[in-house]
Design a protein around this ligand. Structure first.
Ligand code: BES
Ligand code: ZN
Length: 623
């Protein structure tokens, strides 16, 4: 209490000066956690560096070559265990000096549908490197191989990876746990004329020789290993940023993402320097199963965010924010996933606030809190917990709104308790103290207690923190964002529904994307066929090029059996592979017997487009 007489800035600076030492000491008191989603034992043998030499074979849909792992051996008698899934390993070789390799025996364990198979290699005394000669399977979960017809340019094939959460093991034999960080070098061989890019240093001016060398000298977890190959071109959007895309998309992508440098500066002002040198965005073909993926130095993004008016660039704020929360300070296991996504959503709100203003950020926050409430109502209590138990389950099961939005609301609550300036300083020092480390929820709590809580007693108790982290539901102290930013659009919606105003009175030109979504959600419970037609006539929702508004509208169209949108629905499901859109639309269709038949027919047609990850979700849903 007495100490709070010192200016906080000084206190935080003083404490952060001795934090690293403290952190080491405290860490040794925390039990090392086992990652239930990896067979590896990094506590005994730990991979530090990987060298990849891979040939990209479009005809066979395989990657073929070698991965050479350099290991550290805390337990000199222990074997190396790596994860693998659907890999064909032809040979394993071992070396003590990195020059002379000798063939070694290896054991492939039984295959688990979620985890794949462990590969065990006995290590003789002195062994320091292990080389795997292998090829991937055409069904590898991380890889999507696109025919030219499935790309934007229509002329060249395309390959991209999606390693998060535990799919890296389907294209590289490695310790596939976010608690293990490695550096890497790679040589990627492609057909001539195509460009290869990785989550590493990329050279925009590289000649298209078909041989590309990469170096990633910052240690990253395996789920950030990434590769893309296609007819890709580059344009700069700022001093440190640029976009890669297929030629027909490049110009629009560069315009859409022109604020990227400003976002980097906004994030740096809050959370400390951007540590990854360049920040480029790769715009993928429409089958990319996610909105975005924060691969270091090279975010992968869906083309559905290119709306033409920068209205969906929250996604860039989000993936950029992962450069601090996630890539710099990483969840040690998938139970700690909220440390990645909850922090990132909170940072995303703050970056948006700086670049686009408070109102915009507040709107996004209200919509997110609504999404959370809707999803939470459907989740069993165990899945409403931030520190989720995922034993025996696919880590994907944990990727709900809970780690994202409940996690962000937890940070939002702390911001209110401690005040913005103290909370901002806490985050900044947390990122610098734990930079390039993977940490658990318990380790986060240790930092939180030692700094923010202890230095500012009486503002938030340890019990409150525990409730946020380990209890289902939303704590009573959750500060739900005020909805008054939507007063005008809520009024419009109510007046129209109650027959007090016409749609002509809605100043539709001035509405932003979140406002349109709020409007649709407000009128949804009172819609019927006639009202759907009236809305469509006034605002042309069926024809909108804004994917967020369109998916919201198509959901209503299914509910209301609004046939004029049928063709657009089918077209959307057959051209977009983003799981966030596919899942609710197929789910809504599957609610009625006729709908389910329709869904199956569309799915049959659309399936070749879908990434294995999205395909698995939809197949399960329509079973
Ligand atoms: N890292 C996630 C994507 C992810 C999570 C992939 C879990 C695989 C497993 C990424 O940062 C993300 O959250 N993307 C969101 C976009 C965002 C704006 C909320 C998405 O793809 O919708
Ligand atoms: Zn994210």
């Amino acid at each position: 209490m007495k100490r709070s007489g010192l200016p906080l800035l000084l206190l935080l600076l003083l404490t952060s000066a001795c934090m690293n030492k403290n952190a080491k000491k405290e860490d040794s008191l925390v039990e090392p956690v086992r990652d239930v989603h990896s067979y590896s034992r990094p506590d005994r043998v730990r991979v530090k560096h990987a060298v990849l030499d891979l040939e990209v074979k479009f005809d066979k849909k395989t990657l073929e070559g070698t991965a050479t792992l350099t290991v550290e051996r805390p337990d000199p008698s222990a074997p190396l265990i790596v994860d693998s899934k659907d890999l064909n390993v032809n040979a394993v070789e071992i070396s003590a000096d990195g020059k002379n390799f000798a063939e070694a025996k290896f054991l492939k364990g039984a295959s688990d549908p979620i985890l794949g198979s462990p590969l065990t290699v006995d290590l003789p005394a002195g062994a320091a490197q292990v080389r795997f000669r292998y090829s991937t399977s055409p069904q590898a979960a991380a890889l999507q191989w696109l025919e030219p017809a499935q790309t934007g340019g229509k002329k060249s094939p395309f390959l991209f990876t999606q390693s998060q959460a535990i799919n890296a093991r389907s294209w590289i034999p490695l310790q596939d746990s976010p608690g293990v960080r490695i550096t890497y070098d790679a040589l990627i061989r492609t057909p001539k004329g195509l460009l290869a890019l990785m989550s590493a240093e990329n050279d925009p001016a590289a000649k298209r020789t078909g041989e590309y060398r990469f170096r990633m000298s910052q240690a990253i977890p395996s789920y950030l290993m990434a590769l893309a190959v296609g007819d890709l071109v580059f344009r700069t959007t700022g001093k440190r940023s640029g976009v890669y895309a297929e030629p027909p998309m490049l110009e629009r992508a560069a315009r859409e993402f022109e604020d990227t440098d400003e976002m980097i500066r906004a994030a740096e002002a809050l959370y400390g320097p951007y540590r990854w040198d360049r920040y480029d965005i790769l715009v993928l073909p429409p089958s990319f199963p996610f909105g975005g993926m924060e691969n270091p130095r090279l975010t992968f993004a869906t083309p559905t965010v290119i709306a033409g008016d920068k209205s969906l660039v929250a996604l860039v704020a989000h993936e950029l924010a992962h450069s601090w929360s996630g890539n710099l300070v990483t969840n040690a296991t998938w139970s700690d996933f909220w440390l990645n996504e909850g922090f990132t959503v909170y940072l995303e709100w703050r970056i948006q606030e700086t670049v686009y203003g408070r109102k915009r950020a507040e709107m996004e926050r209200v919509l997110a809190a609504d999404d959370l409430a809707l999803e939470m109502a459907k989740l069993p209590p165990g899945d409403q917990i931030l520190h989720i138990d995922l034993k025996g389950r696919d880590p994907d099961d944990g990727a709900t709104q809970v780690p994202y939005v409940k996690g962000a609301l937890f940070l939002f609550a702390m911001e209110r308790y401690f005040g913005r300036s103290k909370f901002d300083l806490f985050l900044k020092s947390y990122f610098s103290e734990r930079a390039f480390q993977s940490i658990t929820t318990a380790q986060f709590q240790e930092v939180l207690n030692r700094t923010l809580l202890n230095l500012n007693p009486g503002l938030m108790t340890g019990e409150q923190v525990e409730e946020w982290l380990f209890k289902p539901g939303l704590p009573l102290d959750a500060q739900l964002p005020p909805t008054d930013v939507f007063d005008r659009v809520d009024g419009n919606a109510k007046n129209w529904i109650n027959g007090l105003a016409s749609l002509a009175q809605v100043d539709s030109k001035k509405l932003s994307t979140p406002e349109w979504i709020r409007f649709l959600r407000m009128v949804a419970p009172k819609l019927d066929g006639a009202k759907m037609r009236e809305l469509d006539a006034a605002f042309h929702f069926t024809q909108t090029g804004n994917s967020e508004i369109l998916s919201e509208w198509l959901l209503l169209a299914i509910q209301q059996k609004y046939q004029p949108a049928d063709r657009r629905l089918e077209e959307f499901l057959c051209t977009v592979g983003r799981r966030k859109y596919l899942k609710p639309l197929y789910e809504e269709l599957a609610k009625s017997p006729e709908g389910k038949e329709k869904a199956k027919t569309i799915y049959k047609k659309a399936r070749p487009l879908y990434h294995p990850i999205a395909d698995a979700t939809i197949a399960k849903l329509l079973k």
